[in-house]
Design a protein around this ligand. Sequence first.
Ligand code: GLN
Length: 197
Amino acid sequence: GPRVGVLALQGDFREHARVLAGLGARVSLVRRPDELESIDGLVIPGGESSVMDKLSRIFGLQQPLRAAIAGGLPVYGTCAGLIMLADTVLDGIAGQESLGGLDVEVRRNAFGSQNQSFETDLEVPALGGEPVHAVFIRGPVVESVGPAATSLASLADGRVVAVEQGNLLGTSFHPEITGEHRFHEYFLAKVAARIAA
Ligand code: GLN
C-alpha cells in the first residue's frame, strides 16, 4: 500500500491511522520534518488548530509542511486539519497561522456555542452513493471558496463543509470517527495517482 503519514502533534490522529491502515495504507505518525520525506500522502487530523499551529512551528514543521504542500503532496485535513490547510482563517486566536494551500476562507467554531456539535447527512456527489453521515465537533465553515478550489458538499442552508483543490482535500467534519471511509478512499486515490505520475 501507499505510505501515508498522519500529522501527530495533537488531535485525533490515532483514529485516522486506524482508518488508513484498514484501507491498506502503510501508516506512519509525523512529528519531525524528516518524517515527511518518506510519505506519499499526509492526513492532518481534527483537534485544535491554534495548538496544532503552535506545535508545528515549535517542532520546525511549518515550513517543511508548506513546502510539501506546494510540491504537490496529497493532503487531507479534517476539521482543525481543514483550518490548517486554508489560505485564510477567520476567528483564529491572536497570531494564529495556517499552512495554506486551499484557496478558501474558513471560520473557526462557526456553529456557535449552543450547536457546536451536531450530526447530519450530506450529499457528496463526488463520492456517489449514499449520503455521508457527518459529525461536526466545533467545526469550521468554509465561508468563501476561491476560484482555485471546489466545493464538494454543503449543508442544507448552503454553507460549504467539504472542499478540494488538486491534491488537497478538506472536510469540516470527522469521517474518521463514524465508520465512513469514502473520503479516505477518495484521498488515497489522489495518493495513488500521484505515485503513478
Ligand atoms: N475548533 C477546533 C479548531 O478551531 C476544531 C475542532 C475539531 O477539529 N474538531 O481548531
